[in-house]
Design a protein around this ligand. Structure first.
Ligand SMILES: Cc1cc2nc3c(=O)[nH]c(=O)nc-3n(C[C@H](O)[C@H](O)[C@H](O)COP(=O)(O)O)c2cc1C
Length: 239
């Protein structure tokens, strides 16, 4: 797995095997794990696969406005527990604890060093595509979706991209028999203070905390079966 390659061959990728059952079974196997076995660690190779699933995630305009902190330091995890009422089990027992960061407004504004880096170094767009972006992306941000209206609207947009990344990591994990729990049960201001301002693990001028997730192995039988609305309540066909 070449996790450093910027260009990932896609054009000639063979059609994946079409075993729907395997992936659906994995999605049923996944549940929001409430108790992790602290003795069971995800191997380096397996976690790298989860990170590659993160990297392959789609993002709007391909801006990848996210970053991951993998918090393995027990002291830092302990410090986070009082401010993570829904994250306690993950912080205490999960093999890997992930904080998803999302970029702030200044980074996703056209002309910023970040947008230039994405377009020029990563996507290697030719000048005419860069010009196209300058019009379409700016219009998208300012007029259509109004993402750039406020710090909040910009961060909400970048956070949405981070959630897609988290979802893909959790699905990949389930496919590999690895458990996970998505986490919003924490106080963002306190977590930002600990991880950003005090520990300097991220630059608070450029990033905020979007969401968190714990990955590891269950130390329990799921406490209940899944319950979901029938699709007839969630889907309406327009023909
Ligand atoms: C964005 C998001 C945040 C969540 N936050 C928490 C959390 O802080 N703590 C927790 O134990 N579960 C959390 N959950 C788990 C949900 O409660 C769970 O996914 C839902 O009840 C469905 O159950 P299942 O995932 O086991 O199928 C979260 C789920 C999502 C998608």
């Amino acid at each position: 797995m070449n996790t450093e390659a910027v260009i990932i061959p896609t054009k000639n990728t063979p059609l994946p095997h079409n075993d729907k059952k395997v992936l659906l079974e994995a999605m049923k196997y996944r549940y929001a794990t409430k108790k992790f076995d602290p003795a069971k660690k995800i191997s380096e190779e397996d976690f790298e696969t989860l990170l590659e699933a993160a990297r392959l995630s789609p993002t709007s305009f391909g801006m990848e406005p996210w970053k991951i902190l993998v918090i393995q330091n027990p002291e830092i995890r302990k410090e986070m527990i009082p401010y993570g009422w829904g994250a306690k089990a993950g912080l205490e027992g999960a093999s890997h604890f992930v904080v998803f960061l999302a970029n702030k407004r200044k980074d996703i504004t056209f002309g910023s060093p970040y947008v230039d880096h994405m377009l020029k170094d990563i996507h290697q767009v030719p000048p005419e595509v860069y010009d196209f972006y300058s019009k379409v992306y700016s219009c998208f941000g300012k007029e259509d979706m109004k993402i750039l209206d406020s710090e909040r609207s910009a961060f909400d947009w970048t956070s949405k991209q981070a959630y897609i990344v988290m979802a893909n990591m959790m699905t990949m994990a389930a496919y590999m028999g690895i458990d996970s729990c998505p986490l919003e049960g924490y106080i963002p201001d306190e977590m930002t203070r600990i991880l950003g301002e005090e520990r300097k693990l991220f630059d608070t001028d450029h990033y905020g905390i979007a969401v968190m997730a714990a990955f590891g192995y269950r130390a329990e039988t799921p406490h209940r079966d899944k319950s979901r609305k029938p699709l007839s309540e969630s889907v309406e066909w327009v023909k």
